[in-house]
Design a protein around this ligand. Structure first.
Ligand SMILES: Cc1ncc(COP(=O)(O)O)c(CNc2cccc(C(=O)O)c2)c1O
Length: 446
């Protein structure tokens, strides 16, 4: 049955902007200068005034298969018609189990137990609680400390926020009672305009040994990092750094969590960053590309060992007092199944891997544009860092964002960094279009 005619999907007729309190937005500016999408298909959005906008950010790093894909929308429609909602507390439905198996199939060997959430923030908090539950189930009751990293982003729920390292996000909300500590970010002695991974800097991971010595390994439950830090502006790890973290955490019985909300599902040209770097953590968090952004959903993939320790190490009954009403939601699970099917059938991860070199060359060709002080890339991600305009951090990049939108290009900006992460179905010609438009914008930017 078609949607009731009363819902107007693709126009702003009669819409009142006042009631929606928008996330991470300058609401006062937006409500005076609204920028609205009303439709999307493949690589493009359609604006309320009928313009096409090339999506160089896959929405918000999440529409990896491109917009409006029929396989996904059909699956979502049929799921909603067949089973709109079913509980997964002490009850179940087939789609959640099917998707868990499909996700496990593309994870590193041994990482095959999947806990569903509704977002990356919920995935981060789930992973942190899973780590605490793991140590408790082993009778290790002193491990409470959680270690994040400067400039890390793990969403905005209190757990992820406390291990996160972006000051502006946490300052007003997180007291230090959470027993967290932070590693340095990996961009201190970085080589500018580095193509792909940074040169090795083992000392950075050695810093974890210092934190272990400071706190005592028996107090540390987990370390959580983004293999490639996204939201902070695309920080690519140094050669060997992730393996060193893996070695040190394993040595001290500390769980390693990779937050792959951005890097998961093809962003680097492989199913996961863990696969791309050849480093297997104990827990992987995902969201975004899991359902192509069509229906909110996240997944936390635990190693068999973490899962079995919690489940088998718990007294009879419920083993993990955690979960969400919509964990494994049938409509979200249908979106996930259809999305993973598209990645597989269209070889979208392989397409990303095949285009990574072209993407790298196109991104670094901007090095000679005015105000560009760094270009960073890996897979189909790029960060183009601009010199801040005198005294007003972020103003120059924000102007680039507005000019790009008006020119028909969607980019992300964080501080004075332009972050790009297009759908994986992109073509080489569209890569050239993105960077050609950016060149024009940057050349004309004060
Ligand atoms: C690594 C990571 N972890 C957790 C989250 C939180 O996910 P949710 O938002 O679904 O709760 C994210 C999300 N990352 C994110 C979300 C929105 C905007 C931007 C940006 O870079 O502008 C980045 C993320 O990138």
């Amino acid at each position: 049955a078609a949607a009731p005619a009363s819902i107007d999907f693709a126009s702003m007729d009669g819409v009142d902007l006042d009631h929606f309190w928008m996330p991470f937005t300058n609401n006062r500016f937006f409500k005076q200068n609204p920028r609205l999408f009303v439709a999307a298909s493949d690589m493009h959005y359609t604006t309320a005034d009928g313009r096409q906008v090339l999506d160089a950010t896959a929405g918000l790093w999440c529409v990896n298969a491109g917009h409006g894909r029929a396989a996904i929308t059909d699956a979502v429609t049929r799921a909603a018609q067949t089973l709109d909602f079913a509980p997964t507390f002490q009850l179940g439905h087939p789609l959640a189990f099917r998707l868990a198996s499909d996700v496990a199939r593309i994870m590193p060997a041994g990482m095959d137990r999947v806990f569903f959430t509704n977002s990356g923030s919920e995935s981060a908090d789930t992973a942190l609680k899973m780590a605490l539950a793991y140590h408790h189930a082993r009778g290790d009751h002193t491990r409470f400390r959680l270690i994040g990293r400067q400039r890390g982003y793990h969403g905005t729920n209190f757990g992820g926020l406390s291990v996160g390292g972006i000051g502006g996000n946490r300052r007003r909300f997180v007291s230090q009672v959470w027993g967290v500590d932070h590693l340095s970010h990996t961009h201190g002695q970085a080589v500018r305009f580095c193509r792909g991974m940074q040169p090795g800097n083992g000392a950075l991971a050695e810093e974890l040994e210092e934190l272990v010595a400071l706190h005592g390994p028996e107090t540390i439950a987990a370390v959580i990092v983004e293999p490639v830090a996204g939201s902070t502006g695309v920080l690519v790890p140094p050669q060997g750094y992730l393996q060193a973290l893996r070695d040190i955490t394993r040595k001290h019985g500390i769980l390693l969590i990779f937050d792959e909300v951005i890097t998961g599902f093809g962003r680097l040209g492989k199913a996961t960053a863990a696969e791309y770097f050849g480093v297997t953590p104990d827990i992987i968090t995902t969201a975004k590309g899991l359902t192509n952004g069509t229906v909110p959903m996240g997944a936390v993939i635990a190693s068999r060992e973490v899962h079995d320790t919690v489940v088998n190490g718990s007294p009879e009954g419920i083993e993990f007092y955690h979960g969400y009403t919509y964990s494994g939601h049938p409509v979200a699970a249908a979106a996930g199944l259809a999305t993973l099917g598209l990645y597989r059938e269209e070889g979208l991860f392989e397409n990303a891997a095949a285009l990574a070199a072209h993407w790298e060359a196109a991104a670094h060709a901007l090095a000679d544009c005015p105000h560009v002080i760094d270009v960073r890339n890996l897979g189909l991600v790029a960060g183009i860092e601009l010199a801040p305009r005198d005294g007003t951090v972020g103003a120059r990049a924000m102007e680039a964002f507005h000019r790009a939108f008006d020119a028909g290009l969607l980019i992300r900006v964080t501080g004075d960094i332009i972050a790009l992460s297009p759908p994986l179905m992109i073509s080489a010609a569209q890569i050239d279009t993105i960077f050609g438009m950016l060149r024009e914008i940057l050349n004309d930017l004060a």
